[in-house]
Write a protein that binds this ligand. Structure first.
Ligand code: ATP
Length: 306
């Protein structure tokens, strides 16, 4: 079985469902409120576990009740939490407003994630045994750099989701194999709103880039190869929370299994399309058999046109 290591955040998502998100100073009546385990690190870990990999999450939760709920939710999803520390203070939280169009607005408060600023003893050993290391930017940059460099030293593929968008030091990019920004992050990183131009600019820093484009699919670019546009399956989206993390977690599993990039992208697109048709982040992530069924027509297409 493939083994994916994830170094990143775990949050309790505090999700409000409302017809239309309020403007500044406005009060609106929402429809429903839920607490759902999330955080980009945990989300990508669960997506990869559901997709069929052995997954270990490196990170931290707080001593509050959210911390124990987050840990047990991860374990219930099949994620190994041996490298998930429990630290003093609150767990991370994400306050999410989902509107009737399936769009979302998010405020993240790091909590325990802010203490993950280094690799703990044993973390590097774990990373060396993995087929891929998934990284995001919801923990301090020092740990992201340390994790990427440890993976690079041992020839482990590194995949970075540059979210929340922020300037990336050259030292980090030098250890990244595949960068997966959404279109806003790609624009923020490069200063160009055109995803194709942004992807080309990012190839100056990393060998492979996938820009995710929401319902419009994704765009793959690699040094020395023509860009590949991957359409998303047409579906009725009810909640896009976690779509990007589902896409990345699933993509990592397919690549770790040695599948060619066009097929891996089609598989990840099928998984993400399934996730936007369901409520929540981890609660919306499809299992391997569901992804296979959804992806069948697209993977055939990807193989026959690659
Ligand atoms: P989020 O922050 O909502 O988790 P994101 O901004 O990181 O998502 P997106 O580009 O919105 O990432 O979506 C990731 C992938 O999910 C897309 O590349 C696409 O394959 C799939 N996807 C997103 N929205 C839809 C949709 N409405 N229909 C089908 N697929 C979708």
């Amino acid at each position: 079985m493939t083994h994916i290591a994830v170094l990143g955040s775990t949050n309790m998502d505090l999700v409000t469902y409302v017809a239309r998100a309020p403007q500044r100073g406005e009060t609106v009546t929402g429809r429903e409120f839920r607490t759902i385990p999330g955080g980009k690190g945990a989300n990508q870990a669960v997506a990869a576990a559901h997709a069929g990999a052995d997954v270990t999450l490196i990170g931290a939760v707080g001593v509050d009740s959210f911390g124990s709920q987050l840990r047990s939710a991860l374990e219930h999803s099949g994620v190994d939490t041996d490298h998930l520390r429990t630290t003093e203070g609150p767990s991370g939280t994400a306050h999410i407003v989902v509107d009737d169009q399936g769009g979302n607005a998010i405020v993240v408060i790091p909590g325990a994630n802010g203490t993950v600023d280094h690799l703990a003893p044993g973390d590097e050993g774990l990373i060396t045994t993995a087929d891929a290391l998934l990284l995001q930017l919801e923990i301090p940059l020092a740990a992201v750099v340390a994790g990427a460099e440890a993976a690079r030293r041992h020839g482990v593929r590194t995949i970075l989701t540059p979210s929340p968008a922020q300037p990336l030091p050259a030292q980090l990019l030098a250890s990244i194999d595949l960068l997966v920004p959404n279109e806003y992050e790609a624009a923020a990183l490069t200063g160009t709103p055109d995803p194709r131009e942004a992807a080309t600019a990012l190839l100056d820093h990393v060998p492979e880039v996938v820009v995710t484009l929401g319902a419009a699919g994704s765009l793959y670019a690699a040094r020395g190869a023509a860009p590949l546009t991957v359409p998303a399956p047409r579906v009725d989206a009810v909640d896009s929370t976690g779509a990007g993390d589902t896409f990345v977690g699933t993509l990592a599993v397919a690549l770790a299994e040695g599948r060619p990039m066009p097929e891996a992208l089609a598989w990840a697109s099928a998984a993400a399309a399934l996730s936007v048709q369901r409520i929540g982040a981890t609660s919306s992530m499809p299992y391997r058999s569901e992804i296979d069924a959804e992806a069948a027509p697209y993977t055939h297409h990807a193989q026959s046109t690659s």
